[in-house]
Design a protein around this ligand. Structure first.
Ligand code: ADP
Ligand code: MG
Length: 358
């Protein structure tokens, strides 16, 4: 087990020919605690993989320092860092059995046969692969293959597990069950795990803490519920939560906030200075009414899912507002509704997207 610390870590990809060099990771500071399940989440291209690969030693660190258990590892090759990495494309050897696939790394390291058998069998037990040890990968489901890939890293008993979108190749149902399996595995092993995903649901359901990244920078590090309740900025507010938070651009004047292009009151903030802001409200925090009470919107689309319905609506001034309605009520496309935001659930952001206290 180990803690992992990043201090002002930077990555510059060198340019080639016409391509200019590119600053992919911008001086990030991050502390991952011993035994923690830390998720790195953010949109494609925000440098999650680059960050993970620098921790693994698969990518040069061009600025700053990485420590594993207080040892600076910048110049250590991957083998000496005591880490194991699981990728999205977990290529298993097709001609080898599950046992051989899991044993391969230990065989290369010239471990004793009895020790290899013991470790592989213990990992297989943890992963529910005991009955499949003699099968070849082509006789396994996607989820089982993924478990073998995880098993390969468990047998090495690394200090830190690094996982880069390991569930992306699985179908939706399998992803949900593997999500729970990896969470349980983490509990059982008590190991430090750093898990990369672009999927906020995976991040929310799996992480002890989550690092939200955008454009090579860290936007916020917090527990899942802290990110949901208390996003530091508009980016995190819009990224965490599904469907995402609604944003209403507008003006605050004399205690009243009005949507851009509308003279109607949207909501009231007694202590907010006059000026331009973006107000945020989650789909689950809008109350609906069919009588004239609140913000008037038109229903453009309904997505009934049984236990809840997602309504895609639009104000007269053109702001899209998504509403989550509990229960199996029916709504007609094209009809009018009135929305009232729950006052204590409103968020406010300035022109730079920073959170403004209200
Ligand atoms: P993520 O995993 O979050 O999708 P990556 O870490 O793969 O993002 O990439 C971060 C940024 O660095 C992207 O803009 C990507 O195009 C760029 N990048 C990744 N690898 C290289 C490379 N070998 N050379 C130049 N740019 C790269
Ligand atoms: Mg990636």
């Amino acid at each position: 087990m180990a803690n992992v610390t990043l201090k002002k870590v930077e990555k510059v990809y060198p340019g080639e020919g016409k391509n200019k060099s590119f600053l992919a990771v911008k001086a990030i500071d991050l502390e991952i605690r011993d035994g923690e399940f830390m998720v790195l989440v953010g949109p494609s291209g925000c440098a999650k993989s680059t960050t993970l690969r620098m921790i693994a030693g698969l990518e040069d660190i061009t600025g700053g320092d990485v420590y594993i258990d207080d040892v600076r590892v910048n110049d250590l090759p991957p083998k000496k860092r005591d880490i194991a990495m699981v990728f999205q494309n977990y290529a298993l050897y097709p001609h080898m059995t599950v046992f051989e696939n899991m044993a391969f790394g230990l065989m290369l390291a010239k471990r004793k046969k009895a020790e290899i058998r013991e470790k592989v069998e213990a990992a297989a037990e943890i992963l529910g692969l005991t009955d499949l040890l003699d099968r070849r990968p082509n006789a396994l489901s996607g989820g089982q293959r993924q478990r073998v890939a995880v098993g390969r890293s468990i047998v090495r008993e690394p200090k830190v597990f690094l996982l880069d979108e390991p569930l992306s190749n699985l179908d939706a149902k399998m992803r949900i069950s593997m999500r729970a399996e990896i969470t349980q595995l983490h509990k059982r092993l008590g190991a430090t795990m750093i898990y990369v995903t672009h999927d906020q649901t995976e991040a929310m359901t799996m992480g002890d803490r989550i690092t939200v990244m955008d454009g090579g920078k860290i936007m916020q590090v917090a527990t899942p519920m802290e990110l949901y309740r208390n996003p530091a900025n508009k980016f995190v507010a819009g990224f965490i939560g599904s469907p995402p938070m609604n944003f209403i651009d507008g003006e605050q004047a004399a205690g009243v906030f009005r949507e851009l292009g509308s003279s109607e009151e949207t909501c009231r903030f007694s202590d907010l200075a006059d000026g331009s802001y973006t107000v945020g409200i989650r789909p689950e925090h809008l109350e609906i009414s069919t009588i004239n009470n609140g913000l008037k919107v038109k229903v453009n689309l309904t997505e009934p899912m049984g236990a809840e319905t997602i309504l895609h609506t639009e104000t007269a001034a053109g702001t899209a507002l998504v509403v989550r309605v509990q229960g199996d009520q029916e709504f007609e496309t094209g009809s009018d509704l009135y929305l009232t935001p729950q006052a204590e659930q409103l968020y406010c952001f300035d022109a730079e997207g920073e959170r403004v206290k209200i």
